[in-house]
Design a protein around this ligand. Sequence first.
Ligand SMILES: Nc1ncnc2c1ncn2[C@@H]1O[C@H](COP(=O)(O)OP(=O)(O)OP(=O)(O)O)[C@@H](O)[C@H]1O
Ligand SMILES: [Mg+2]
Length: 356
Amino acid sequence: MSKLLVENLTKTYAGTKAVCDVSISIGDGELLCLLGPSGCGKSTVLRMIAGFETPSSGRIVIDGEDVAHLPPDKRPTGMVFQSHALWSHMTVAQNIAFGLKLRGLTREAVRAKVAQVLELVGLAGFDKRYPGQLSGGQQQRVAIARCVVLAPKILLMDEPFSALDAHLRVRLREEVRGIQQRLGLTTIFVTHDQEEALTLADRIVVMNSGRVEQIGSPSAVYAGPATRFVAEFIGTMNMIETMVAAEVASIAGMPFSVESSDGPHRIAMRPEDIALSHLPGPGLPATVERILDLGAIRMVDARLGSGEIVKVQTGKTEACRPGERVWLTAGAMVAFDADGTVRRARPLRPEARLHG
Ligand SMILES: Nc1ncnc2c1ncn2[C@@H]1O[C@H](COP(=O)(O)OP(=O)(O)OP(=O)(O)O)[C@@H](O)[C@H]1O
Ligand SMILES: [Mg+2]
């Protein structure tokens, strides 16, 4: 149970900034996900916290102590890597016991802790197996056990399940969430999978090109993206190009109010925030082009008169045919200016029906 403070962390490799001015504070027992595309600097941030990489500038403070002078093995952090770095010549129990023995625990204490942590990760009875006799998911569970058994103040996980199949990933991340909550472990979990971040995190740090784009709870980041990058990276978002003049923009003839200066903008709407009507009425006229059955829901691609495709989420009982004329009305929406900065937007005169 610990607090971590990362202040203005920057890492430059041969003149290029891999991480730029990243500041994050993590509360006791919180699970924070670092989320962003490949190469955005997630692992570099984690490796600096763990001590495997030296920051070019900035501070890392754990429970009030600046850890800059500490080598990795002296830091109160534990790291789980993407590929299970288990020792293949040691049994599961020996792998887990290794760090405990270094700490000088008695044989009895080691045995008790190993049994306890194997139980925690659902591998009771696997102590005598070798890593080569385990599945990929079981090996990752051992890697987690080996880390957790040392009771780190901060648990760091770098895409720990990315080598596993989708089904197993979902199960393991739920297990990790359970373990993390039961032990109250302050955790940073790196992933490039937005769904993984949304389901796991207390808060998400969205990174892009070495910088933090937004920090917030999954629902806050999903419902209120602060930048165009976040809007496009998390979930499905319709982005419709438009020009703003005197705080008014138009999509397929329908006017929208956008609180911004004149120039090109994009209006962003989630598929589930758009209602589809089969009867002529207020809203954007469109033609159904494609219907995808996603099991629990349907995703309808509707083409506006202006030629743009809008994705609309409907219930699975909603009848819809390709070629059908429909009318779309958006509930929540935001706009992004040319710099990608968020602006308030809403439909004007929603009762007016215009022809696209
Ligand atoms: N040792 C290094 N020397 C030079 N450049 C590096 C080094 N390590 C990382 N980089 C660069 O820093 C940037 C960030 O790398 P990092 O590994 O942190 O990305 P990431 O977000 O973890 O990506 P991924 O999702 O692919 O793991 C990349 O452009 C990478 O090429
Ligand atoms: Mg990485």
